[in-house]
Write a protein that binds this ligand. Structure first.
Ligand code: FES
Length: 371
């Protein structure tokens, strides 16, 4: 058989060509999978809310250095640690309890105090156990892990503020009132609760009223009945910013009164409440395509998309409350119709994102996420 003089060179060319083709195919797969086509898919989104949601909140190991009975059923905790990030009024922490349960608590101390955070925890006897665990296990000297702070309830600039707080809802409001006072911006506060004994930070609130005693209205239901929200809003300066935090019925009542209030009031609320249930009372299974990962996950009727994605594809996907109010699990939506079941996202945010711990595909459809 005649010897082919160029055989080794031909073999080399064939090997190099095959390798180049394989590399091209792999790159194509990444490019096609990218929502940023024609750019290759990235490990993390480079823009949009998906990126914010994926940015892991910083974790800190803190020590409880003070525990005070702030009101009946409410403890105030000071948590100290090194190198803590700054925060602004309205911010909250994710508190990781010794059992691993995560709960959100508003920061209620002073942002100007470096090295410590202050939170208050109301004991909810028939709750899901988080507040009970905090009351039982968090004492001076206990170490805890926290994530954050994060702020889903920021204080926007305004020429005047109306603050409305119910019970433990005073915790995010108090730093806002202090800031408005410091900056000389007119404010009023209505603070309601079941009884004076059950209302945390009452002494400080009454002190804040200072010379302008009519700036603060304290309503203890067992002595004064229900607060007159309509009168408060009717007396608000036009275009004032209204900040409200407390039980759901309080926030719903304020929202319902707003159309009859002076012109241009804007309402800002923070709801730490469970997600809206399905309108039909039942869930349907659906599929989620993870575009950048190149996987499709089936979400059973009795499981959230968050759980299914963590179990089947991305075990480190961040989350916190699993109830649709902290925003940690917000993901960018590339395609599909969503049944939003949270109270957190704005309409604009809902156009291209969802909270995967509670929201689902509409009518058992399919969602495509930038994951
Ligand atoms: S984990 Fe908190 S909103 Fe989804």
């Amino acid at each position: 058989m005649p010897r082919i003089p160029y055989a080794p060179r031909i073999r080399t060319v064939l090997v190099v060509t095959a390798a180049a083709l394989a590399a091209r195919r792999a790159l194509r797969g990444r490019i096609k999978g990218s929502p940023l086509w024609p750019l290759p898919a990235l490990d993390h989104p480079i823009s949009g809310r998906g990126r914010e949601a994926q940015a892991p909140a910083r974790t800190h190991r803190l020590t409880v250095t003070e525990r005070v009975a702030e009101a009946t059923g409410v403890i105030r905790l000071r948590l100290e640690g090194a190198d803590l990030p700054d925060w602004e009024p309205g911010a909250h922490l994710d508190l990781v309890l010794p059992s691993g349960t995560v709960r959100q608590y508003s920061l209620c101390g002073s942002p100007a105090t470096p090295g410590s955070y202050t939170i208050a925890v109301r004991l909810i006897e028939d709750g899901r156990g988080g507040s009970q665990e905090a009351h039982e296990l968090l004492h001076e000297g206990t170490e805890v892990t926290v994530r954050g702070p994060r702020n889903r309830f920021p204080l926007h600039d305004s020429h005047a503020y109306v603050f409305i707080a119910g019970g433990i809802g005073i915790t995010p409001i108090l730093p806002m009132v202090r800031q408005a006072e410091r900056e000389g911006i007119p404010w009023r506060l209505l603070y309601g609760g079941r009884s004076r004994a059950s209302m945390p930070f009452l002494a400080e609130v009454e002190k804040l009223a200072g010379a302008g005693a009519d700036r603060v209205t304290v309503v203890a239901e067992d002595e004064d009945g229900r607060p007159d929200l309509a009168a408060l809003l009717a007396g608000a300066p036009p275009h004032a910013a209204v900040y409200c935090c407390g039980p759901e019925p309080l926030m719903d009542a304020v929202a319902a009164l707003l159309p009859d209030a002076p012109e241009g009031l804007t309402l800002h609320t923070e709801r730490f409440a469970p997600a809206t249930p399905s309108p039909t009372g039942e869930n349907a299974p659906f599929e989620v395509e993870l575009r950048r990962t190149g996987r499709t996950v089936t979400v059973p009727a009795d499981t959230s998309a968050l759980r299914a994605i963590r179990d089947q594809a991305l075990p480190d996907l961040p989350y916190s409350c699993e109830q649709g109010f902290c925003g940690t699990c917000q993901q960018r939506l590339l395609a599909g119709e969503v049944e939003h079941r949270d109270e957190l996202l704005t309409d604009a945010e809902r156009d291209d994102s969802l909270l995967i711990c509670v929201s689902r595909a509409r009518e058992g459809g399919r969602l495509v996420l930038d994951l």
